[in-house]
Design a binder for this molecule. Sequence first.
Ligand code: APR
Length: 230
Amino acid sequence: MKTLVILTGAGMSAESGISTFRDSGGLWEKFRIEDVATPEAWARNPALVQEFYNVRRRQLVHAKPNNGHVSLVELEKNFDVQIITQNVDNLHERAGSTNVLHLHGELMKMRSAGPGQEVFDVQPEKIEYTIHDKCPKGYPLRPHIVWFGEEVPEISNASKLVEKADILVIIGTSMQVYPAAGLLHYARPGIPLYLIDPNEVEISPGRAIMIRKGASEGVEILKKELLKKI
Ligand code: APR
């Protein structure tokens, strides 16, 4: 089976009603990154940071995987599908994808802000956190999110997956955030590279086969293309 590596971003979940970051009306028009998504923001105003992620968790529990997520699961019949997502939602998993690596953390997990950095699942009956929520050792619980300025612990595992790819697909990411955007450089030269996005996206190297559609329609087109070539 060929290894199909899929790099997804916020556009993957747009049709599930979850806002992207940099489109018009996106999250970073409504909030300043430095107020809600940096270690300094957490140090300065943890209540605001908790509330920002509480709102996002509330949205997520009401959202459903879209047809794009579902079609990626169907590709597992014919390919070894490895998803690398920048998304902090759990819609790939809820659709049924087997291999999902989260580069930027997960909304449905919290982490101890203490030295052990233990990670805890968010339980459906408690999706909202305040500055008073503590881990069993008494340290504050912070969102399990990779903030701007923090290391991306999964980047090395992600680059190894991209090195193994026989086919690489990029879906719904503006490719503006590093190190995620640099993952393309790990792809073996000459492998097919597809890019699904309704808008223009600049990538380097710039030789992708463009499918200029939203995620649902785009993955359906991709699926037909790939199955023709098996
Ligand atoms: N289907 C597919 N793609 C879409 C759709 C859709 N229905 N709607 C919008 N898009 C595309 C946009 O054209 C854009 O290229 O999704 C992309 C979203 O880009 P960003 O908002 O920049 O999101 P992303 O690339 O995932 O951001 C990367 O930045 O803020 C951080 O940590 C956050 O993981 C995030 C990272």
